[in-house]
Design a protein around this ligand. Structure first.
Ligand code: NAD
Length: 446
């Protein structure tokens, strides 16, 4: 099929590159001309394992190209995916400015089409229930002068990929959910996804929008749940949240995923979608989403607990050199949107600590986010050198290989606050390295 993807960020670029890999012809569109040039050179504007290879493959085979002109791509395509960002507004609700603008351009493209085909417009951006039907559809109809379900199709098909594993997640999803306005759109999308080996769930537009938000709300709830259990474990001698989580996760009704206690969830989706859902429900005014609000509250507090612990151990952090290992919101991505590292570093700076941070790939993102308020180390060694304590904030594989001797050799005082349970604390304590771990009652050399 001929596929146009409006918005070439994480979701759009992965969607486009993967559909091209599956034999479709793809035009990626973005308003950012620099990004478009990068993509046409085979460069991925962010860190995502495996994506560069399939993008280059698609470019070499002439299956994919990037442009800035939405209208011409819509005139050409069988299916148009809208993949633009849906950030959070200051009150927590979803900002649909980008969806609105992209939809307008798509509507103009539909108006200029002279063929008798049946292009299907598919919203892939995460949007609150009702958006596709009551915002996207009227804009498309107004600007195109055509009728949805008659002259063009409309559907909503949310994306569940995880950054860091995006290509695999896209090509081997657990399920694909499609909400279509009409039978013809539904059939076209079924045929586009026919090669995928997973359940295909068909429902209506509003339900599919809710499925996306409810999925992320559930995952976020699981994380805040285990973090709360971790916080309880810390106050009871003999308890370790790792063992507790293992015991819970072996129950197939629960499963072990998203039961890793730590410094909280971040990223471009969970916090944003949860806030959007809460704002959406509150705006409706007939129900208070108490559980969802608590999930956010636990998450706001979680990163700061690690700093509080450091203050309890060290007294004051003023003038102390604090090494922060990991800046991205999770490993295998350079994304720092809503990363716990930001909250931790801001708090450390408030307490007048001198922060030196290292991340294998997120250094440039961090510079934009945190500026020159902290020092960026080029290596782990440089980051640890002369530090009074070390915070483990992202569980990069590289950090797991560090030995107690590395901390003893490099730091002024070998003291670790392990926010991601990267190290076996007993091993570190045995080698005289103080290692405080999330979800574990005090265990130290003294
Ligand atoms: P992103 O910010 O990485 O990319 C959005 C892109 O759209 C940008 O390159 C921007 O320049 C472009 N854009 C904005 N307006 C445009 C317009 N009018 N025309 C053409 N291009 C335009 O966003 P993302 O992370 O890919 O997220 C996209 C959507 O997918 C969001 O709704 C998000 O919630 C959802 N989502 C994201 C993920 C994820 O892991 N990032 C996973 C699932 C769903």
């Amino acid at each position: 099929m001929k596929i146009s993807v409006i918005g070439s960020g994480y979701v759009g670029l992965v969607t486009g590159a993967c559909f091209a890999k599956l034999g479709n012809d793809v035009v990626l569109v973005d308003i950012d001309a620099e990004r478009v040039d990068m993509i046409n050179r085979g460069e991925v504007p962010f860190y995502e394992p495996g994506l560069g290879e399939i993008l280059k493959e698609g470019l070499a085979q002439g299956k994919i190209e990037a442009i800035t002109d939405t209208i011409s791509s819509v005139k050409w395509a069988d299916v148009v995916f809208i993949c633009v960002q849906t950030p959070t507004t200051p009150d927590g609700s979803v900002d649909i400015t980008y969806v609105r603008a992209a939809t307008k351009s798509v509507g103009e493209g539909l108006r200029e089409r002279e063929d008798t085909g049946y292009p299907v417009v598919v919203v892939k951006s995460s949007v609150v229930p009702g958006t596709t039907e009551f915002l996207v559809k009227p804009i498309l109809e107004d600007l195109s002068g055509k009728k949805a379900g008659v002259e063009f199709g409309l559907a909503m098909n949310p994306e569940f990929l995880r950054e860091g594993a995006a290509v695999k997640d896209f090509l081997e999803p657990d399920r694909i959910v499609i909400g279509a306005l009409d039978e013809k759109s539904r059939n076209i999308l079924s045929s586009l996804y026919s090669g995928f080996n997973c359940p295909l769930l068909h429902t209506n537009l509003v339900t599919v929008e809710m499925i996306k938000y409810a999925s992320n709300a559930f995952l976020a709830t699981k994380i805040s749940f285990i973090n709360e259990i971790a916080n309880i474990c810390e106050s009871v001698p003999g308890l370790d949240v790792l063992e507790v989580a293992r015991g819970i996760g072996l129950d197939h009704r629960v499963n072990p995923q998203f039961l890793n206690a730590g410094v909280g969830f971040g990223g471009s989706c969970l916090p944003k979608d949860l806030k959007a859902l809460v704002a959406f429900v509150e705006d409706k005014g007939n129900y208070e989403p108490k559980l969802l609000k608590s999930v956010l509250e636990v998450n706001d507090f979680q990163p700061l607990r690690l700093v509080d612990l450091a203050v309890r151990v060290l007294g004051s952090l003023s003038g102390k050199r604090v090494s922060v290992l990991g800046l991205s919101f999770k490993p295998n991505t350079s994304d720092m949107r809503e990363a716990p590292s930001i909250k931790i570093i801001n708090r450390l700076l408030e307490l007048e600590a001198e922060v030196v941070a290292y991340d294998p790939v997120a250094r440039e993102t961090a510079r934009k986010e945190l500026g020159d308020r902290i020092t960026y180390a080029e290596t782990v060694e440089e980051c640890l050198k002369g530090a009074d304590c070390c915070f483990i904030v992202t569980e990069w594989e590289q950090f797991k290989n560090l030995e107690p001797s590395d901390f003893k050799r490099l730091m002024k005082r070998p003291l670790i606050f392990d926010g991601r349970r990267v190290f076996n604390p007993e091993k570190f304590i045995a080698e005289k390295v103080d290692c405080y771990s999330v979800g574990l009652n005090k265990l130290s050399t003294s």
